[in-house]
Each structure stands twice: as structure tokens, then as C-alpha cells.
Design a protein around this ligand. Structure first.
Ligand code: SF4
Length: 183
């Protein structure tokens, strides 16, 4: 292979590696962050909350019932110690404003993709966090980027037989125009 082409290929790979590891979109885009957070609040299987940490209402009682545990135990399972809560130094740099407040701190949720707060929780909480080091944070980012997109865009559907396709070494959902499928 021509040496110039080889060099260009290496530059392109390095560029794409750097781009891949940029800050998560929701940390840089308030609208997207709000959309994802509101989705996490509303969706039955997530129920991010409580909205007001000082006046949680029935939040902890409800989540305790959902987990079949006591209210006190439920309160101890919050974002601050969730496996998906990223408070690594590189993530702190991605955060546009201050990360701490009197109730705790903000971090990035790798499960639901928004800036969540250590004093809140959700139904998909899992033990093992928080993510404190950059290497772990990059691992989560890589895992997320290799994940197959959950849904096709409006007007497109997953191909009935070939559900995935490979491009540039990655696997993607094989979305085709809906009208093509109905033919
Ligand atoms: S960090 Fe964990 S508990 Fe917090 S919103 Fe994300 S998944 Fe839920």
C-alpha cells in the first residue's frame, strides 16, 4: 500500500478514536440532557427521582416497595453508589458548571444518558459504583458506542430477516424504509 495512504489511514483512525472519546453529547447539549432526564423520570421502569430531594413525598416508599425492601435500605441505593454513575476526573471536565451542591454532586449516568444527582435514584440502580477513574469511564463509553441502537428512526423499521449489519467493523441495527418492508 502506498505510504501516503497508510499514513492517512493512521491519522483517520487516530482522529476517529479521539472523536469517539469526546464528552458524552448530553453533557454538552442541555436540550438533549433535559429530554433524556425527563424520559428517565417518566418511564415506568426507570422512575428517576425524587424531584425534590428535601420533600421526597412517597418516592422512597414506592421504590422500596418495588425493590421489596425497607425505605431505609432503599435510600442507601442511590446514584452516588450506582455502577453507572460517572464522577471520574475526565467526566468532571465535561460538566459545564459546578458539580457539587449542599445535597451532593452531579455525575453522568451511562445507563440513561443525562447528568444525574448523587442524592437521587432510579429503579434500574445497580451496585458497584461510582465510576471514579478515567479508564473505567472510557470503558463505559466504549461499551455504549458498541451497543446496537435501540430503535430505528421514524419511518424506518428493522429488516425482518437481516436484523443487523456491519459497517467499519461495528454492528448496527439494519433499518430499512417502512414502505420497503410492506412490499
Ligand atoms: S446513575 Fe444509576 S441510579 Fe442514577 S439514574 Fe443512572 S442508573 Fe439510575
Amino acid at each position: 500500500m502506498n505510504i501516503r495512504i497508510k499514513i492517512q489511514k493512521s491519522i483517520d483512525t487516530a482522529k476517529s478514536d479521539v472523536e469517539k472519546m469526546q464528552c458524552p453529547d448530553a453533557t454538552q447539549n442541555l436540550k438533549l440532557n433535559t429530554k433524556n432526564r425527563n424520559g428517565a423520570i417518566k418511564q415506568e421502569h426507570i422512575q428517576y427521582g425524587p424531584l425534590n430531594v428535601d420533600e421526597p413525598g412517597m418516592y422512597w416508599k414506592d421504590i422500596a416497595e418495588f425493590w421489596n425492601t425497607s425505605e431505609n435500605a432503599a435510600k442507601k441505593s442511590n446514584c452516588s453508589n450506582c455502577v453507572a454513575f460517572d464522577i471520574s476526573p475526565r467526566m468532571d471536565e465535561c460538566m459545564p458548571g459546578p458539580v457539587s451542591d449542599p445535597d451532593g454532586r452531579l455525575g453522568y449516568c451511562w445507563m440513561h444518558h443525562f447528568k444525574c444527582h448523587s442524592a437521587r435514584a432510579c429503579r434500574t440502580w445497580a451496585k458497584g459504583g461510582p465510576i471514579k477513574i478515567d479508564d473505567k469511564s472510557y470503558e463505559w463509553q466504549e461499551k455504549n458506542e458498541n451497543k446496537i441502537e435501540e430503535r430505528c428512526q421514524k419511518g424506518y423499521k428493522t429488516h425482518s430477516k437481516r436484523k443487523t449489519k456491519k459497517m467499519y467493523g461495528k454492528t448496527y441495527r439494519n433499518c430499512v424504509k417502512a414502505e420497503q418492508l410492506s412490499k
